[in-house]
Design a protein around this ligand. Structure first.
Ligand SMILES: *[C@@H]1O[C@H](CO)[C@@H](O)[C@H](O)[C@H]1NC(C)=O
Ligand SMILES: *[C@@H]1O[C@H](CO)[C@@H](O)[C@H](O)[C@H]1NC(C)=O
Ligand SMILES: *[C@@H]1O[C@H](CO)[C@@H](O)[C@H](O)[C@H]1NC(C)=O
Ligand SMILES: *[C@@H]1O[C@H](CO)[C@@H](O)[C@H](O)[C@H]1NC(C)=O
Ligand SMILES: *[C@@H]1O[C@H](CO)[C@@H](O)[C@H](O)[C@H]1NC(C)=O
Ligand SMILES: *[C@@H]1O[C@H](CO)[C@@H](O)[C@H](O)[C@H]1NC(C)=O
Ligand SMILES: *[C@@H]1O[C@H](CO)[C@@H](O)[C@H](O)[C@H]1NC(C)=O
Ligand SMILES: *[C@@H]1O[C@H](CO)[C@@H](O)[C@H](O)[C@H]1NC(C)=O
Ligand SMILES: *[C@@H]1O[C@H](CO)[C@@H](O)[C@H](O)[C@H]1NC(C)=O
Ligand SMILES: *[C@@H]1O[C@H](CO)[C@@H](O)[C@H](O)[C@H]1NC(C)=O
Ligand SMILES: *[C@@H]1O[C@H](CO)[C@@H](O)[C@H](O)[C@H]1NC(C)=O
Ligand SMILES: *[C@@H]1O[C@H](CO)[C@@H](O)[C@H](O)[C@H]1NC(C)=O
Length: 740
């Protein structure tokens, strides 16, 4: 009764599994299983009538359905006669075209399985008798078969050793599955004195009722065709053999092993000289002391909580592929050449939480001397503090072709470092918190065909992200589950996404994961923006950029002009003053009492005495007519002015607010203007403070319009420039020995 309850608990799962398998690989016929560690299933898993093949019809006394048409005659090749329990206890006649028979879940308890029982289907190649309550199979039961290559008797809980032997002895049988049959470790001599063609044996989930966790492989030494044994999920704690077993592949996943199978006989001779693939993940392996596995190329040690201090890769001289996934490793310093190996090609160190940033734990040289290592997965570890230099120190010397850095926080590391690995053809950067891809980051990887950037924080992809060549090189590109910001900028990517069906549309479900993060409920494919709108906004951008640039340039120039305004004015003055030689000659020819007549208001006297006179008289040696000093006392002031003006070579007017208000100054100005008409180029104007134009008299305005004036300011620069300009304006009358 216990068995039945288990059966009914398990059956729905198994059935679902079959359907799933069927859906996953529809229509695959005749998969080869010769590869090491490959897994062959009888063909009932690849086609289920009504699920995969819809051209089914009743057959086999209406107990069966026949389906799957084969070329060229369109006859069905697959039959299923399932789930009839006690109602179907014989195998009905089926079309001659049937190759694969699924005869599952029919209660055959008490039905003798003889040669006669199978007489209606001796032409088939694949036979499934799963969950049929079979406990005994007659010695000659399969004698009538000519082409039987695959038999599955899984789920028959009471199958005995003898029946196991009968099955193994089926002539021509290559694949035998007997999962969940409670078969114990075979007695040492179970297969002696018989021939077996079986190549692959699947015995997972066999936990006998009288469970002893030791599994003895000795019996299999008699089977010289046998290459592969799967005894996963069997609660095995020790595997041993007393003679050499020449199998090539052994699957011990999900058992309770604490160490590898004993593989060394006396004198270091191997008990498994041909074993090339060993899977021993999900066990309790604690140490890997010694191993004699000269042919081992594939080793899966994943999910064993093993300390790496107990691991020495050199024990496996031909190793090519090593899986060490999810092995919560120790925090001790690794041996400095932990993974150095002359033949190692592929290494998986995923999910181990290894702190690659710490040299205390991972020495620089752990991957040194790995000349063949081209495929490496370091996914789901700790990449804190792994910067470009550290990354290259660890891996820079490897000529990697496939690299998996998924689920690492690559914050200190820049994608450009990957350009050192120019042979990379496959790169996984899923879930690495990348927020942007620098333009052309992958352009130097000239062999890159496969790139997974799923689950990052990428918001936009532009035309520059991948060069045309890179885009052409890629066969696979995953960018789903990124928070795209759907805007004009993304339109280019959106159009690429929609148009490149090869690249993006291989998987309908992942395609749904391309979404607009800023527009909830909008998928990338359905996102559109009128081209005009994008062009407009593009034009707007151009206008804004140009305006800003223009403004900044203007502002800069204006600032510079203001800063150097005095120097510029001086330069301009100098440039436009014209030739002074002729005037100089004229001035020298006439007789003058004074060089310069200075017209000013008395309020500006301090400036005239303190600044102007020391410069012009003291330094330049000019004679000034300053009325406070030089007007002849007693004379009429008008006469004085007229006389002074006429006997001066130049007239210098000191404009100021006070000048405006002074009547005498205004008179001097008016008089001078007449004088100026007759004598070109005699008038000089300096402004000693800011006179607003509305305060000026019409005469002042007129003068200022035609005559350049020199502005006085107290700044050092300005003062220097003021004197410079004044000196230039007076240069024709400065005595030649005057200081310059
Ligand atoms: C067996 O046959 C009987 C009578 O034809 C039917 O009622 C019953 O449902 C069948 N059982 C199964 C499991 O098909
Ligand atoms: C073979 O098939 C026929 C027709 O379905 C059936 O009557 C017969 O009993 C079958 N033979 C055996 C040995 O089951
Ligand atoms: C197997 O046989 C037992 C009786 O021994 C029965 O209760 C059970 O239903 C059978 N299983 C199937 C799938 O018919
Ligand atoms: C079955 O085997 C025979 C010879 O053993 C062969 O002639 C025949 O073609 C095979 N049939 C199929 C379908 O493989
Ligand atoms: C079948 O195996 C069991 C142990 O699992 C053993 O006791 C028994 O003798 C074996 N029978 C044969 C025929 O070898
Ligand atoms: C195998 O055959 C040999 C003789 O050829 C015999 O001595 C031995 O008992 C046989 N073993 C079995 C298990 O039948
Ligand atoms: C086992 O390997 C040896 C060489 O190491 C080879 O000669 C022999 O054929 C192989 N045996 C099998 C069954 O593969
Ligand atoms: C890379 O690592 C992730 C995380 O472990 C895994 O899901 C993915 O399958 C790996 N990719 C390849 C190509 O092995
Ligand atoms: C990585 O590439 C840079 C530039 O191409 C080069 O200078 C540097 O030597 C390379 N580093 C390694 C470790 O290959
Ligand atoms: C790329 O591969 C070629 C041939 O396998 C090799 O010669 C070259 O050194 C590799 N380059 C890099 C950077 O790994
Ligand atoms: C480029 O990649 C292809 C597979 O994508 C591979 O066959 C070829 O050897 C690679 N070339 C180099 C130089 O690595
Ligand atoms: C790319 O990464 C995603 C992330 O989970 C993964 O689901 C997908 O399988 C990866 N693509 C391939 C082809 O392995």
């Amino acid at each position: 009764m216990r068995d039945d309850s288990c059966f009914w608990r398990c059956f729905p799962c198994v059935f679902c599994l079959l359907i799933l398998l069927a859906l996953c690989q529809p229509g695959i016929v005749g998969t080869s299983s010769t590869g090491i560690g490959s897994h062959y299933n009888c063909q009932y898993t690849t086609g289920l009538c009504g699920v995969v093949f819809f051209d089914d019809q009743q057959c086999g006394d209406n107990y069966c359905r026949c389906c799957g048409r084969s070329e060229p005659d369109h006859q069905p090749y697959y039959a299923e006669c399932v789930l009839h329990k006690n109602n179907l206890t014989y195998i009905p006649q089926l079309p001659r075209s049937i190759r694969y028979l699924n005869f599952a879940v029919n209660n055959l308890i008490g039905v003798p399985l003889t040669e006669h029982f199978f007489s209606n289907v001796t032409h088939i190649t694949d036979l499934a008798l799963i969950y049929d309550n079979i406990s005994h199979i007659e010695q000659n039961a399969f004698r009538g078969f000519r082409n039987l290559t695959c038999v599955d008797v899984s789920g028959n809980h009471n199958l005995k050793n003898e029946s196991f032997r009968v099955l193994m002895a089926i002539p021509g049988l290559q694949y035998l599955s007997a999962h969940s049959c409670q078969l114990a470790s075979p007695p040492k001599d179970l297969f002696s004195n018989m021939t077996s063609d079986v190549v692959e044996l699947q015995l997972s989930s066999n936990i006998p009722t009288d469970y002893i966790c030791l599994y003895d492989l000795t019996a299999y030494s008699a089977l010289d065709k046998l290459r592969s044994i799967d005894i996963a999920f069997c609660s095995i704690c020790t595997v041993k053999t007393s003679t050499v077993v020449r199998i090539q592949s052994l699957n011990l996943n999900d058992n309770s092993m604490t160490r590898l199978p004993e593989s060394c006989a006396a004198n270091e001779v191997s008990l498994f000289p041909n074993l090339s693939s060993l899977k021993i993940s999900e066990n309790g392996i604690l140490s890997l002391k010694e191993a004699c596995l000269p042919s081992l190329t594939f080793l899966d040690l994943s999910s064993n909580s093993m300390a790496l201090t107990h691991f020495s890769i050199t024990q496996y001289p031909g190793l090519q592929t090593l899986w060490m996934k999810n092995m919560i490793t120790d925090r001790f310093r690794w041996a400095s050449n932990l993974f150095s190996h002359p033949t190692l090609e592929e290494l998986h160190l995923e999910g181990d939480n290894i702190a690659f940033g710490s040299e205390e734990i991972v020495p620089n040289t752990v991957f040194a001397n790995c000349p063949r290592l081209t495929r490496l997965s370091l996914a789901k570890n700790n990449f804190e503090n792994v910067d470009d230099a550290r990354f290259l120190e660890l891996l820079g010397h490897l000529s990697l072709e496939e690299l998996n850095l998924s689920k690492n926080k690559l914050s200190s590391f820049s994608l450009s470092t990957l350009s050192n690995f120019s042979n990379l053809s496959r790169l996984e950067l899923m879930g690495t918190d990348l927020s942007s891809i620098p333009d052309g980051a992958f352009d130097s990887l000239k062999n890159l065909s496969w790139l997974n950037l799923t689950q990052n924080e990428i918001t936009t992809i532009t035309k520059q992200t991948f060069s045309v060549e890179t885009r052409e090189r890629l066969n696979v590109l995953y960018l789903d589950r990124n928070p795209f910001t759907c805007s004009c900028e993304l339109m280019w990517f959106r159009n690429w996404f929609v148009s490149d069906t090869e690249l993006f549309h291989r998987n309908a479900s992942s395609q749904l994961q391309y979404k607009c993060n800023n527009l909830p409920g909008t998928s990338l494919a359905s996102f559109t923006m009128v081209d005009q709108a994008c062009l407009m906004s593009h034009a707007m951008n151009v206008v804004i950029v140009y305006t800003c640039t223009l403004f900044i340039v203007t502002f800069t120039i204006a600032s510079l002009v203001f800063r150097f305004r005095w120097n510029i004015r001086l330069a301009l003055y100098e440039a436009f003053r014209g030739r002074g030689d002729v005037r100089r000659l004229r001035l020298l020819a006439d007789h003058f009492d004074y060089d310069v007549f200075v017209s000013y208001d008395k309020e500006d006297l301090p400036w005239v005495y303190g600044k102007l006179m020391p410069e012009l008289e003291g330094r330049l040696g000019l004679r000034l007519c300053v009325h406070e000093r030089d007007f002849i006392p007693g004379n009429n002031i008008v006469d004085n002015i007229v006389e002074c003006v006429q006997s001066s070579k130049k007239i210098l007017m000191v404009f100021s607010k006070d000048f405006v208000r002074s009547q005498w100054c205004q008179f001097e100005l008016t008089f001078c203007m007449n004088h100026v008409m007759n004598y070109d180029d005699v008038l000089l104007i300096v402004c000693v403070d800011d006179v607003a134009s509305r305060d000026m008299t019409a005469a002042m305005m007129a003068v200022l319009k035609t005559t350049t004036y020199i502005q006085w300011e107290e700044l050092d620069d300005a003062v220097r420039s003021f004197w410079g300009r004044l000196r230039l304006a007076l240069h024709e009358i400065i005595p030649l020995d005057g200081a310059l």
